[in-house]
Design a protein around this ligand. Sequence first.
Ligand SMILES: *Cc1c(COP(=O)(O)O)cnc(C)c1O
Length: 238
Amino acid sequence: MIRLTQGVPARLAAVRARIRAAEDRFGREPGSVALLAVSKKQEAAKLRAAFAAGQTAFGESYAQEAAEKMGALETLRVQWHFIGRIQGNKTRQIAERFDWVHSLCDLKHARRLSEQRPAQLPPLTACVQVNLDLEPGRAGLPPAQVADFITACAGLPRLKLVGLMALPAPREDEAARRRPFRALRLLRDRIATGDRAGVTLPLPVLSMGMSADLEAAIAEGATIVRVGTAVFGSRDDG
Ligand SMILES: *Cc1c(COP(=O)(O)O)cnc(C)c1O
């Protein structure tokens, strides 16, 4: 166990340094980019090590796996973010156990999450996932459908839409990496400034950037980077 977790604090410090350097290099306000530690397929002991080093927000992609870790870490004040594909039979668990969902792209799921969000909890904070590459089979809404989707969600009382999320395909060079992130920011700007049926939505959150491309995402305005392997190591090493 010790061997498995001892690298986590050093990796976490390195990722924080990358974020700070990118904020500096691209003229972003210091501290304006939050780190979501993506802990899918990582053992609870590693999350515990990250928590001890000051990391409180964790991202999980699989509801069942997340439930086990929530049980193991229930004495810690962790903020849980659901970032995976939403399945219809898992909405209740997401509504009851998570603080955030980043991968909303289906109105039926949005309605259910709002209905199933327990009254004693604050509204579920949500981002709409956008399929920027328009690849069939990839999760997310096509950019052209995002504004109408957000308008349709605006009346759901237990859901608080705060922004957009994207997971673009890997790209070779920095300029190519920045393009989809810029597209997400511009889409957000268009939606946030348009007056849609009297609904004003500032949508401050851009959830974009991972281990390999967080600098490009920060350059284009990311407010949350979702980083897995750079924090916890490879998902295959145990
Ligand atoms: C796995 C995953 C990440 C993190 O990817 P890394 O390359 O390990 O940093 C980020 N976002 C989503 C939606 C993921 O599924």
